[in-house]
Design a protein around this ligand. Structure first.
Ligand SMILES: Nc1nc2c(ncn2[C@@H]2O[C@H](COP(=O)(O)OP(=O)(O)OP(=O)(O)O)[C@@H](O)[C@H]2O)c(=O)[nH]1
Ligand SMILES: [Mg+2]
Length: 503
């Protein structure tokens, strides 16, 4: 039985144990969520760029008529054939909201509703990304207001009344702009309340607004990359998030939604002599205020909003270099590349979406654990013991933990050995072929041979007197991984062998 199957079985036992008690509802809701897309929250301080990053990921700008109110409410984004939205008040039935296209954005209208009266908002839009994972936009913590910040923390930690009923999240993308003390405090709250493992199975960090780093000069993204590397090596962060990636949500959003008119305006500006545009590009105010430019001020204002100053400079440089041959598609590709969004997408797919069952199972265990503490019935100690046993024995969790250790430099091994381990653990994707570095069409015999070779290799490492204890433990996990991969092959020939089977 897989970890997910065992977690499901335990969940069923917990439901039986809590029949007729208030916790039963929560446990049943968790059971229902096991088959739904993963729930990934986007969290961070006020104005960290959460909503912009969410828009970039789903490829659609969603704005609110009253932005101030909306940013204070937890908002769930799921896939739907047609755009629609609803408000879920604390003390009344859910009601539909207007969500209407305006330019490139969908505009959400809260009407007369106030954030304080709402539990949450729900938005459905057609987006292939949302078929892979549900995204949750959360209120920013920090200076906004104590109560909103606390609400967000409690929501993410899964212990408000509301979260205690149906809706926990399975994973978190945490946006950091700088390493403020509160960022780390917040992550520690998460790790205490939500993740009782020592390594972060379900949290990744993003160094957000990377295009603004160091004043948004031409090397902003490179600087952001260096800072992200430093964050990655910071022991406090390392114990809380798997990794930290630099991302500019704004450039990503621009890449996803750049309109032909906007491209045409950029082309016009790129056609001006550099002496004219250089002083304009010193600040957003100058860019908009410059007189006698062939693009009207309101449209320049829009370009600043869409691209930011870094994005504007980058775009004009690139378009000038290509001259009349410049294409919108090339600019879109450049913006997307610089945004760091493709790397984030890849990480979210390989570490979160493809591990949905494991992360959901882990969430289920957390819920059982929480319920047994909140309502300690006779069966509670036994249930908690089972939760612990499952966690310790789950090879799937061991793999994720090892992957994190690899990536944070805790495993003493040569670079090519590390790369091999990373791939075998599913760092590039969980499919059997991907883990082995084989093409998807590789015949079974080849897959079997690759598994056998890998298994033999890691067995030698595990048994070598020269291997350090950390490496021995890693090698043992990898042997189990190979055995698990072998078990996915057709049953009659599923054993791991070093030599090919006799004719
Ligand atoms: N240059 C730049 N600006 C960004 C980026 N992401 C967001 N912004 C800007 O920063 C401001 C806040 O962005 P939001 O996406 O609303 O941030 P948020 O974290 O959702 O904010 P709250 O919900 O109010 O806490 C907006 O003016 C964005 O245009 C980015 O990657 N680069
Ligand atoms: Mg927001």
């Amino acid at each position: 039985m897989t970890f997910a199957d065992r977690a499901r079985a335990l969940l069923a036992e917990a439901v039986t144990a809590y029949r007729g008690r208030p916790a039963e509802r929560r446990l049943l809701a968790v059971t229902r969520h096991m088959d739904e897309p993963l729930r990934v929250a986007i969290a961070g301080r006020v104005k960290a760029g959460k909503s912009t990053l969410l828009n970039a990921l789903v490829g659609q700008r969603v704005a609110a008529t009253d932005a101030g109110e909306c940013t204070r409410v937890v908002t769930w984004y799921t896939h739907g054939e047609h755009p629609s939205a609803s408000a879920h008040p604390r003390d009344a039935e859910p009601r539909p909201l207007r969500l209407e296209p305006r330019g490139t954005a969908l505009v959400l209208d809260l009407g007369d509703l106030r954030a304080d009266d709402l539990n949450e908002l729900r938005v459905e839009i057609p987006s292939s990304w949302l078929t892979r994972m549900t995204l949750v936009d959360t209120p920013g913590m920090g200076s906004l207001s104590e109560s909103v910040a606390r609400q967000a923390q409690e929501f993410l930690a899964g212990d408000t009344d509301r979260a205690a009923d149906p809706d926990g999240v399975d994973a978190v993308v945490y946006l950091l702009r700088q390493l403020h003390a509160t960022d780390v405090d917040f992550l520690e709250v998460l790790s205490d309340a939500q993740f009782s493992h020592s390594t972060p199975v379900n949290a990744v960090g993003v160094l957000s607004r990377s295009d603004e780093v160091g004043g948004g000069g031409p090397d902003a993204i490179e600087q952001a990359q260096r800072i992200a590397t430093r964050y990655r090596d910071d022991p406090r962060l390392r114990s809380l998030v798997q990794t930290v990636l630099p991302v500019s949500g704004l450039l990503g959003e621009a890449g996803a939604t750049l309109r032909p008119e906007e491209f045409a305006d950029l082309m016009r500006l790129a056609g001006l002599p550099a002496e004219t545009t250089a002083p304009m590009l010193l600040s957003a105010d100058r860019f908009v205020a410059a007189p006698s430019v062939p693009v009207p001020a309101d449209r320049r204002h829009r370009l600043v909003r869409v691209l930011g100053m870094y994005g504007l400079r980058l775009s004009l440089d690139a378009l000038r270099q290509r001259g009349a041959a410049a294409r919108r598609g090339d600019l879109v590709a450049l913006l997307t590349r610089r945004s760091g969004l493709p790397e984030l997408r890849r990480l979210l797919l390989t570490q979160f979406a493809e591990r949905r069952d494991v992360l959901k199972a882990d969430s289920a265990l957390r819920a059982i654990d929480a319920v047994t503490r909140a309502d300690p019935i006779d069966a509670a100690p036994w249930l908690r013991q089972q939760v612990e046993r499952l966690r310790v024995s789950a090879h799937e969790l061991a793999e994720i933990r090892l992957l994190t250790e690899l990536r944070t430099g805790l495993v003493p091994a040569a670079p090519d050995q590390l790369a091999h381990m990373d791939r075998l653990l599913g760092g590039e994707g969980s499919a059997v072929g991907t883990r082995l570095g084989l093409p998807p069409e590789a015949p079974d015999a080849e897959v079997r041979a690759a598994i056998a070779a890998s298994h033999g290799y890691w067995r030698r490492v595990a048994h070598s007197p020269l291997s350090e204890p950390v490496l021995v433990r890693a090698a043992e996990v990898l042997m189990r991984t190979c055995e698990g991969l072998a078990a996915t092959l057709p049953p009659a020939r599923a054993t791991v062998r070093v030599a090919p089977p006799p004719e």
